[in-house]
Write a protein that binds this ligand. Sequence first.
Ligand code: G4P
Length: 515
Amino acid sequence: MPSIIAEPLREAIQRRRTFAIISHPDAGKTTLTEKLLLFAGAIHQAGMVKGKRLRRQATSDWMEIERKRGISVTSTVLQFEYGGCHVNLLDTPGHEDFSEDTYRTLTAADSAVMLIDAARGIEAQTLKLFQVCRQRQMPIFTFINKWDRDGLSPFALLQEIESVLGLNVYPVHWPLGMGGDFRGLYDRLRRSWEPYPQGPLTDQPPPDQAFEDELQLLEEAGEPFDALAVARGELTPVFFGSAMVDFGVRSFLDHFLAMAPPPGSRDSDHGPQLPEQENFSGFIFKIQANMNPAHRDRVAFLRVVSGRFQRAMTVRHVRLQRTIVLSQPQQVFAQDRTLLETAYPGDIIGLFDPGYFRIGDTLSAHHLLSYKPLPQFPPEQFVEVLITDTAKYKAFHKGLDQLSEEGAVQIFRSVNRTEDIILGFVGRLQFDVFEYRMQNEYGVSLGKTFLPYQYARWLSVDSPDSVQLGHGSRLVRDREQRLVALLPDEFTLRWLAEKNPDLVWHPTSNRNAPD
Ligand code: G4P
């Protein structure tokens, strides 16, 4: 659906909603995404969004590694028109393909939908992704899925969101029954009732004193609905339903699009940039290499922050201090790429990358402004790598330098033995892709040893002498020569924070803020 006719800028901005779904694998993200696309007419039959099984069968994926492992490495942007809105849904890979890219994608979103499995509550991956959203004070909308099956009680789920995430909740939907007993949803904002198709189809909730008491309790003891608190990411509207049965989803989507914010301003070194500013600007949040193995190309994904983008426009590449013409911008819908003519704040553009771009780069039509660097995300897996063929020494270091600059991997060197090279990743696949690219793009095979660390914490001192480390921990330096502690378990993590209370900071939080 490339936009061909230019819209007035202000109206285009008001119509845009750019969001990501945060969830743990198996919560139903693929199923929900598919329902949203079906409503919007963006796909015409179920099963078109690649699910786990479909992914396994896929034969023509972008990267060979995808085919080998049967998973999707790429996080794509799905665009659709619905209810007068132009929606950009950023895909956040889960499963084995969880990586730093998943976190980075969230920096391009204006809001998030937190999808929770009713039987499982908040799970590990949801929590990690939530923390990134929290840092950005992003509005979060909660959809509690699989209500067609028995799960936790709605009050227990709300309580968990409040206590584990520290978010206030406003249940917009309130369910009567669940699983085999599910009767329907009461919409507290619209004051309307939607009967569950497999229950008694009544215009009103069937008489049920306990249900009425619950609704009264929510009115009297619950948080009031507060749109400003939603916008600040302090209160999450909560919806219940079943993506599989397609129940509660449409009403969720209608509320979500009405409440979710259009693209807002972003901080730059020239102050906040409003989307309405005429001058086009945006930042690169992801680089995808080898999307088409036949051409060995790379695509840089840019989030438009301000102004209208037009094909073949000349922009300033601020870091390189040069002017470039964006002649082949692409709109990416799943694996189909079409040439894009126009884009607006909130939209995502795929740019052919001959090696110009790095994650965090700013492109801008007139100003020499730079957007704030993207936060760094702490790796969770660590591998020590060695060169197996010394004749490839140069290619080895070139590959490490280029791929770490691109953000494909984080690189550390041991404090005591700088020849020891340790790579940090967020998920196993991130390493596999890196290894594959070292082999295919630089002709280098790696010797590798997986290390038993699980956490990396940046330290706000230059000298390692004053740092007290627990057993089995190790000090390394990152590319910017900052000191980092690698830690094997939660015990050593707590120990580090206790013994060095002023030194520890988390790379996604402010410097000097211990966590
Ligand atoms: P993911 O992308 O978050 O990993 O989840 P996905 O949509 O693939 O869903 C994971 C499993 O949960 C699938 O079952 C899916 O059918 C099921 N599911 C999704 N939404 C609902 C729901 O609302 N209710 C119920 N009961 N199940 C739901 P599967 O057995 O793994 O795969 P499949 O054989 O159904 O494809």
